[in-house]
Ligand binder design. Structure first.
Ligand code: RNT
Ligand code: ZN
Length: 428
């Protein structure tokens, strides 16, 4: 299948368009140079699991469980760590800026079979080497699914003390690995605990599993770790496949836990009721916590994990981060997995969109908007917000990509197609 490559605008076209755009923004009191300078400093944590449909490399035979699902059969999924790293390198090369990696425990780099409660930093040394070469920080996630001891649907909240203990040990091991990443890479790892525990049908006891989960988490977090190396996060969810009626780790549960224990709360955009958005939760939670983690995702019907588009929901999140002055307190991770399209494109499209959303937030005249609001001039606030939508933000984004030496516009798809032709299509 040969495609004629998309043409990239010339450097002169990009620079000329930017000069005009800059004037339009300046007329409203927005400094576009400053906006892209700030944008260059914001890292996005790319989730390794988009590259192989959340399979991991612990056990090639083992299917995905835990109430999450990747659907599709697009050619070329990564079959080894080497392939996954090569694919990630490709994706990063199409995204402006320096970005992080969000790694799951089932992506351990060893030929040995290692039980999950026995994983060690040495099993992740290969990732550190790779991250150093590419200037990536690493965030980490214990994997409490796709495992025989999670097959009953319960892990840290299991009624079985032995099962709880196994997963407590796994999470403790993961925090140590997070600290190892932080120490080695000079940037703290956010180690995020998400568990699938829940019931398909209506339980009669909603309380006890939550008490058990609290008890397990207290054990997991017992040992203090240097926040310069590792920071703990907990992620809530509304429901999962096969756990439609009750989720132990609900939003209220983890909000309470995070505030009581000063842990980072992870808000996943796909984990709430469909009319509920996480954008409004950011300022509420940050009133009580120093930091939060986002899993930027897109819910569609039953699925919480579609590739992120530049939707109103995404914009509400990214604009809120900028408007609230929360850059630095909000860690941005991605969480989607689509196996029906080119997986490198999925990473590139989703990450570029998250960055485009942030840029839209950075290109607003914040002081002026705030002043209008405080003066009660809601007419002008509405008029200006709507007018901003028509301003040439694309020219600023293109210029940012040019400066960061990544393809401008749709031209990045040429690279992806070339890679699919020469590499991905050769995979069995
Ligand atoms: C699941 C959670 C969780 C996972 C990853 C793979 O609903 O969102 O973050 O997607 O851990
Ligand atoms: Zn998530």
């Amino acid at each position: 299948m040969a495609h004629s490559p998309y043409k990239q605008p010339s450097t002169k076209q990009i620079e000329d368009a930017y000069a005009l755009a800059k004037e339009r923004y300046a007329a409203l009191g927005v400094d576009a140079d400053n906006a892209i300078n700030i944008l260059s400093t914001i890292p996005i944590s790319l989730h390794c699991w988009q590259g192989d449909d959340v399979g991991g490399f612990e056990d090639p035979e083992r299917g995905l469980s835990g109430g999450i699902m990747a659907t599709g059969n697009y050619r070329g999924k990564a079959r080894s760590i080497a392939e996954l790293r090569a694919d990630l390198d490709r994706a990063y090369s199409l995204i402006p800026g320096d970005h992080r990696l969000n790694l799951h425990a089932i992506y351990l780099d060893t030929d040995q079979k290692v039980a999950r409660n026995e994983i060690q930093p040495e099993h992740f040394a290969g990732w550190v080497e790779w991250a150093k070469a590419g200037n990536h920080g690493i965030d980490f996630n214990p994997t409490l699914f796709s495992h025989p001891l999670a097959d009953d649907g319960f892990t840290l909240a299991s009624y079985d003390a032995g099962i709880r203990q196994f997963w407590i040990e796994h999470c403790i091991a993961c925090r140590e690995i997070g600290a190892y990443f932080g120490k080695e890479l000079g940037t703290p790892s956010i180690t995020n605990v998400w568990i699938p525990d829940g019931f398909k049908d209506t339980p009669v006891d909603r309380g006890t599993p939550r008490l058990l989960l609290k008890e397990s988490l207290d054990k997991v977090f017992e040992k203090p770790l240097d926040p310069a190396h590792n920071r703990d996060a907990v992620e809530s969810k509304l429901f999962g496949l096969g756990a439609e009626s009750y989720t132990v780790g609900s939003h209220e549960f983890y909000l309470g836990y995070a505030v009581a224990n000063q842990k980072i709360l992870c808000l996943d955009a796909g984990h709430f009721h469909p009319t509920e958005t996480i954008s409004d939760k950011i300022s509420a939670v940050l009133t009580f916590l120093d930091e939060i983690l986002l899993h930027v995702s897109r819910g569609v019907r039953w699925d919480s994990d579609h590739v992120v588009t530049l939707s109103d929901d995404l914009r509400a999140i990214t604009e809120e981060i900028v408007r609230g002055g929360y850059i630095g307190r909000v860690h941005i991770g991605l969480d989607f997995f689509d196996a029906s399209i080119n997986r490198i494109a999925a990473w590139s499209i989703g990450t570029r969109n998250a960055l485009r959303g942030l840029l839209l937030g950075l290109l607003e005249p914040h002081d002026h908007l705030r002043e209008l609001e405080r003066n009660g001039d809601y007419t002008a606030r509405l008029a200006l917000l709507e007018e901003l939508k028509g301003l040439p933000f694309g020219a600023v984004w293109d210029y940012h990509c040019l400066r960061q030496e990544v393809p401008v516009g749709i031209a990045y798809l040429n690279e992806i197609r070339g890679y699919e032709e020469s590499v991905l299509s050769k995979r069995g």
